[in-house]
Write a protein that binds this ligand. Structure first.
Ligand code: NAP
Length: 332
C-alpha cells in the first residue's frame, strides 16, 4: 500500500502540535480491521486534543480524530469483510490510539460497528460521537421515566454538535424543548430544528446562592457543566432528571444536596467513549430509526481534509454551529 495522509498530533516543547504527515499502515497501532476512511468529524474533544487546550491525549504522537466512517479494506476478524460499510466512535481513538484523521485507520474489531441500514457513511459522521452522545443522554433520561407528558426538557449549549442534534431528536419524539444559547443570531436556526422556546444564556442568573428555585424542567441535557449544571439542579421539577455529558464552561460543580434530597432530582452521567457494544449497537439502530434527526443536513456541514486544522480554534471559540464532517476519502 502506498503512503497515505494523516493528521498526527505531536508533543513539542511540552505542547500539542498537529500537522499533516505521510504514513504507511505499519506506522499505525495494530488492529484486526483496516478501514479506508470516507469521513471523520470534529468533536469538542478533538479540538482539545489537537490544540492542547485540554489534556485529553494520553499518547504522543497520535493520529487525531475520535470518529471514523468508511469501508473495510481488510479484516483478519471473521465479523468483518472487505467492502463492509462501518463506523467507529470513541474508545481510545484519537487520544491514546491512532484515530480517524487518516486515509486508512487500523482498529480492533471489537470497536467496529456495521453501518446500520438507513444511514449513509456521511450521515454516520454528521452524527458521530455528538449524535451518539445525544442518543445516549435521551436513552438514560427515558430509562429514568422522562416522557413528553412530564414537562419541558432543556438543552444547554444548544447550537453545539450534541445540543443541536439532541434538540432535533427530542422534538421528533414529541418533547417540548427549551434551548439555551449564547448566540443571539441563532434563535431562528434553533426554532427551525425543533426548539419550542429559546432561553438566551445572558438571561440566566448563574450567581444565585439559593439552593432551590422555581421548578421548571422535567429533563435536562447539559453540554456546559459548572455553574450552568448547578443552576439546572436547582431549577429541576420534582423527580426531574439531568443527563450530564459536557464541560464546555468548566469541570467544577458547586451545588447543594437539596435538589437531590428535597426534589428527588437525578443526575445521570453519560460517557460515550466507553459505552459497551450491546448498548452501542442499540443506540446506532435508534440513530438510524426513531432518533434519526430529520434536520441532519441542516445541522451539519462538511469541509475538506486540508481545512481540518482551521476548525479546531473556531470550535474552542464557540464559533461553530452544529456538526462539522471532514471529507477524508470521498467528496460529499
Ligand atoms: N461525555 C461524553 O461522552 C461526551 C461526548 C460528546 C461531547 N461531550 C462534551 O459535551 C460538550 C459539547 O460537545 P460538542 O461536541 O457538542 O461541542 P460544541 O459543538 O463545541 O458545543 C458546545 C456548545 O456549548 C456552548 N458553550 C461553549 N462555551 C460555553 C461557555 N463558556 N458557557 C456556556 N456555554 C458554552 C456553545 O453553545 P451556545 O453558543 O449555543 O450556547 C457551544 O456551541 C463538550 O464539553 C464535550 O467535551 C461529552
Amino acid at each position: 500500500m502506498s503512503p497515505f495522509r494523516a493528521y498526527r498530533i505531536f508533543e513539542e516543547n511540552g505542547k500539542s502540535a498537529g500537522r499533516f504527515v505521510e504514513l504507511s499502515l505499519d506506522d499505525l497501532d495494530p488492529g484486526e480491521v483496516v478501514i479506508q476512511t470516507h469521513y471523520s468529524s470534529v468533536n469538542y474533544k478533538d479540538a482539545l486534543a489537537a490544540t492542547g487546550a485540554g489534556k485529553v491525549i494520553r499518547r504522543f504522537p497520535c493520529v487525531g480524530g475520535i470518529d471514523v466512517s468508511g469501508v473495510v479494506a481488510s479484516s483478519s476478524d471473521a465479523r468483518f469483510k472487505a467492502g463492509d460499510q462501518v463506523l467507529v466512535t470513541g474508545y481510545d481513538m484519537g487520544v491514546a490510539r491512532d484515530g480517524g484523521y487518516a486515509e486508512f485507520v487500523r482498529i480492533p474489531a471489537d470497536w467496529v460497528v456495521q453501518l446500520p441500514p438507513g444511514l449513509s457513511l456521511f450521515d454516520a459522521m454528521a452524527l458521530g460521537t455528538a449524535g451518539f452522545t445525544a442518543a445516549l443522554a435521551i436513552h438514560r433520561l427515558e430509562q429514568n421515566d422522562l416522557s413528553p407528558d412530564k414537562g419541558k426538557v432543556i438543552v444547554t449549549g444548544a447550537t453545539g454538535g450534541v445540543g443541536s442534534l439532541a434538540i432535533n431528536m427530542l422534538s421528533q419524539l414529541g418533547y417540548h424543548v427549551v434551548a439555551t444559547t449564547g448566540k443571539d443570531s441563532e434563535h431562528e436556526f434553533l426554532k427551525s430544528i425543533g426548539a419550542n422556546e429559546i432561553l438566551p444564556r445572558s438571561s440566566i442568573d448563574l450567581t444565585s446562592k439559593r439552593p432551590l428555585e422555581k421548578p421548571l424542567w422535567a429533563g435536562a441535557l447539559d453540554s456546559v457543566g459548572s455553574d450552568t449544571l448547578a443552576w439546572l439542579a436547582r431549577t429541576m421539577q420534582q423527580d426531574g432528571a439531568i443527563a450530564s455529558f459536557g464541560n464546555a464552561a468548566g469541570v467544577e460543580l458547586h451545588t447543594t444536596v437539596f435538589p437531590f434530597i428535597l426534589r428527588g432530582v437525578k443526575l445521570l452521567g453519560v460517557d460515550s467513549a466507553a459505552t459497551l457494544m450491546p448498548l452501542r449497537k442499540q443506540m446506532w439502530q435508534r440513530l438510524a430509526g426513531d432518533l434519526r434527526p430529520k434536520a441532519l443536513a441542516q445541522i451539519s456541514n462538511s469541509v475538506s481534509f486540508e481545512k481540518l486544522p482551521e476548525v479546531f480554534p473556531k470550535m474552542l471559540r464557540s464559533e461553530i454551529r452544529g456538526r462539522t464532517v471532514i471529507e477524508i476519502g470521498i467528496k460529499h
